[in-house]
Design a protein around this ligand. Sequence first.
Ligand code: GAR
Length: 225
Amino acid sequence: MEKTHCHIVVLISGNGTNLQALINASTTSNFRVVAVVSNNHEAFGLQRATVADIPALVVDHDNYSSRQDFDRKLIEVIDAFDPELIVLAGFMRILGPEFVQHYQGRILNIHPSLLPAYTGVNTHQRALDAGDKEHGVSVHFVTDELDGGPVVAQEKIAVLTTDTAAQLATRVAAKEHIIYPKVVSWFAAGRLHMDADGAYMDHDKLPAGGVEIHPAAVQDSIRLP
Ligand code: GAR
């Protein structure tokens, strides 16, 4: 595969709609998905990868007695593809410090909330229960802290009084499928990096909420600090 593109490995656990968005975008962008790895044999995203002719591999966490052993196997499998970036797309296992340090500054995650609000699961119901007026999606660099690394970009949606968790999930997912390929393309272009004190874009430190993506914005019309 030509090296003019940033090679990414995508880690999944389930449906893989974000993976699909990345695969679709990659055909006209500056990155390529060189492998997909799942901890779950039944993840539908593995089929998406196979259809797209991308190697699909499973490292089943049940086969490892410790998180460290699982992480080490994951590193071995990923490193065989020599990627520049690891993209977590619905990967529902916590990665240990050894994994995170091995790919320091080269792991992105997408999370269905406006971080730091609602790390973990059931984010849509929790936003509803709290009576939030806004909800959304965050993309962040991965550190040791669960859903806690520096945020690169966020997009907000309005919460309607009639919304159910499922309706929120649908609207957030639609935003995810746009924001994630966009952020990956920034990384691929060398515009993004993580330092000890946070995330940077074009050498400017990003604010705590990262770049705020606006729905009506054209592709590169983003508000930077
Ligand atoms: C996405 O909503 C993603 O933000 C979330 O899992 C879903 C995966 O969907 N990730 C997390 O909650 C990580 N903490 P997908 O498999 O259809 O891409």
